[in-house]
Design a binder for this molecule. Structure first.
Ligand code: UFG
Length: 324
């Protein structure tokens, strides 16, 4: 069994690539390194390139005899997608279509797709299950929803089976701090909390304390990146065994406010997090929490690493010892 991983040099992709190899699955990573890091590809074969380049991908599929594709490569910043939507429609939709066409032409039948909690928009209820309406409120979420829809249509038309995963807040780093999170610029809460605590600057900006939540700050569902990696393995196995197309929400069923994250980090690290409360960030829903029942029931997914304490400890270990 050989799996092609697009975006395998990125945060979630690199953990997934490592896990697949640990399970005895051969991998080929295709990444253009526009956001990813070559040092994060610690297993499998790496080919630098563009997943939307049909000629390149067709040749690669022929040469490498790929059985399935895990498609991570995408632009993934919500605020950037609002400012520059064309980039997102080009990369996340047009290029995904080119990739899917080469996949179909090459006779590959299975795809695992990185979707997002951003496809749901403002929640109507929590925890958000798979029946929850999908009404994205930013171009990033829209592109991911279109990706899910294309995959549903491609199953009917071409018999391509797939599994779309809507990640909630991916966080933490690998158990041995070999792999971790590195975005440029960094806009995610946990790395910014840690940097503020370690360096005193930049001070953390807390976006809003006037939401209808227990302390007024936003609630998010933090799920450890190594648990996400396992879900990809289980999801691929599931669609290969059952020849189906499914969508799953991947979260912990639990949520924490921004202020709770700060407090918990102060407790476990013994360091103060300097912060200022400023106004709300555009496009932030008050609460995002996933129901993970479907993933548990159908895939047998377990969350072995997603306690908040472990997420923060691994994230801290990474920030103190970053390899890239
Ligand atoms: N936050 C702050 N200060 C910061 C950064 C974040 O207060 O400096 C808050 C945000 O307002 C939010 C929470 O911390 O309430 C988490 O924010 P992140 O930026 O870490 O993550 P998001 O929930 O905004 O985004 C995540 C993924 C996106 C995905 C989205 C789904 O990173 O890719 O969930 O809505 F699209």
């Amino acid at each position: 069994m050989k799996v092609l991983i697009t975006g395998g040099a990125g945060y979630i992709g690199s953990h997934c690539n490592r896990y697949f190899n640990e399970q005895g699955i051969e991998t080929v990573v295709v990444d253009d390194l526009s956001d990813g890091h070559e040092e994060s590809i610690v297993a499998g074969k790496f080919i630098k390139g563009d997943f939307g380049d049909e000629k390149f991908m067709k040749e690669l599929f022929q040469k490498e005899k790929i059985n399935a594709v895990v498609h991570f490569a995408a632009f993934a910043s919500v605020p950037d997608s609002v400012a520059r939507p064309k980039r997102y429609y080009d990369n996340n939709v047009s290029k995904m279509l080119s990739l899917l066409d080469t996949i179909v032409e090459s006779g590959i039948k299975y795809v695992v797709f990185s979707s997002s909690a951003a496809t749901f928009g403002e929640p109507k209820y929590v925890p958000i299950d798979e029946e929850h309406p999908q009404e994205p409120i930013n171009p990033y979420g829209t592109t991911k929803l279109i990706g899910e829809q294309i995959l549903k249509d491609y199953e009917k038309a071409y018999g391509l089976h797939s599994c779309s995963f809507r990640y909630f807040n991916a966080s933490g780093c690998s158990h041995d701090a070999l792999l971790g999170e590195d975005h440029n610029p960094e806009c995610h809460l946990i790395p910014l909390v840690i940097r503020a605590a370690l360096n005193g600057k930049p001070r953390l900006k807390v976006f809003g304390d006037d939401y209808e939540t227990k302390d007024g700050s936003c609630v998010r569902d933090y799920v450890h990146v190594e648990d996400l990696a396992v879900a990809h393995y289980l999801g691929l196995k599931y669609i290969m065994e059952h020849n189906v197309t499914e969508q799953f929400n991947l979260g912990s069923n639990d949520g924490f406010t921004v202020l709770e994250i700060i407090k918990k980090f102060e407790e476990i690290s013994g360091r103060k997090v300097p912060y200022d409360i400023i106004g709300r960030r555009l496009g932030d829903p008050a609460v995002l929490v996933a129901s993970n029942k479907k993933a548990k029931d159908l895939l047998g997914w377990k969350l072995d690493n997603s306690s908040l304490e472990y997420i923060l400890k691994t994230a801290l270990a990474w920030e103190q010892n970053k390899r890239y």
